[in-house]
Write a protein that binds this ligand. Structure first.
Ligand code: BEZ
Ligand code: FE
Length: 291
């Protein structure tokens, strides 16, 4: 095609995908290019600006390795990861929220009522609730749980922590109940020593995330839920660098002095440091959508 101009270039692209193209791939590519071309026309993007964007992507490639993925971080701070979560949410289910880069496989199993605190500093928290289906049946689901220590670091960022500190897998009871003791996690900043940090600084944005506990909850026949639970009073709740907060994922940490009210199954019931906080949160899983 010779007669390419600012408008016909988009139509030219739309004519390129051959009939053998997977229909979903065709839709995604075509819509992406329609929006990209529209964005360039709308902003009248300059060569210098486009070069700058390519420099940022190149820097992201250079800093990415098997432990750190700057492209995922770009997706997170641009709100793309969260938007993908939200457009794929299932009615009635607990909202999903970002997985983040600090999840690792192989965390130890802890029993019902088990303890993560061990030698960690920080305010003690007793966390419990029920996992249910959207139709209300209790689910004997499996949970993976991970969080930061009191210094705002995950065990795989901090050589002073034990391997798998504040990480574990927990099986819910047949009545869907789960129970564990832990410490209140600390807020932390997303890695900001690369191109994502440059972007945040040049736009006056904070790299902080509110404190949270990560959960992956799975049960056969149900969509696996990747989510996080936030204390409502965290100072960074309104400015999360990665847009992970949802009202339905914010909980009150209720302070208590008395161990009398604690469930008998809590392993460290008699030695739990006081005052401690109590959190009750129910998770709801949606059935796996049919293909
Ligand atoms: C996290 O919650 O661990 C996280 C999420 C997105 C980017 C960086 C960290
Ligand atoms: Fe996190």
């Amino acid at each position: 095609m010779r007669n390419i101009d600012q408008i016909s270039i988009t139509d030219a692209f739309l004519g390129y995908c051959g009939p053998e193209t997977d229909p979903r791939l065709k839709t995604i590519l075509e819509r992406l290019v329609v929006h990209l071309h529209g964005f360039i026309r709308e902003t009248k993007l300059t060569h210098a600006e486009w070069r700058r964007a390519l420099e940022l992507l190149t820097a992201a490639g250079k800093i990415t390795d098997h432990e750190r993925n700057e492209f995922v971080l770009f997706s997170d701070v641009l709100g793309v990861s969260s938007l993908v979560d939200m457009v794929n949410s299932l009615p009635g289910a607990t909202p999903a929220s970002v997985l983040g880069p600090f999840h690792i496989l192989g965390a130890p199993e802890i029993p019902f009522g088990g303890d993560f605190i061990r030698d960690n500093q920080g305010e003690a928290v007793v966390f419990s609730g029920t996992v249910r289906s959207v139709s209300g049946e209790p689910l004997a689901a499996s949970m993976e749980i991970w969080q930061t220590a009191d210094n705002g670091l995950y065990s795989n960022q901090d050589a002073s922590q034990r391997d798998y500190n504040l990480r574990g897998r927990l099986a819910c009871r047949d009545d869907g109940r789960y129970l564990f003791s832990t410490i209140r996690p600390a807020p932390y900043t997303v890695p900001d020593d690369g191109p994502v940090g440059e972007l945040l600084r040049s736009t006056g944005r904070t790299p902080w995330r509110p404190s949270h506990i990560h959960f992956i909850i799975s049960a056969p026949g149900f969509r696996t839920l990747v989510t996080e639970i936030f204390p409502s009073d965290d100072p960074y709740i309104e400015v999360d660098a990665v847009f992970g907060v949802r009202t339905a994922l914010c909980v009150n940490y209720e302070s208590s002095e008395s161990r009398q009210e604690l469930p008998a199954e809590l392993q460290i019931r008699d030695t739990l440091p006081t005052p401690y906080s109590r959190v009750e949160f129910d998770f709801v899983l949606a059935p796996e959508p049919k293909e």
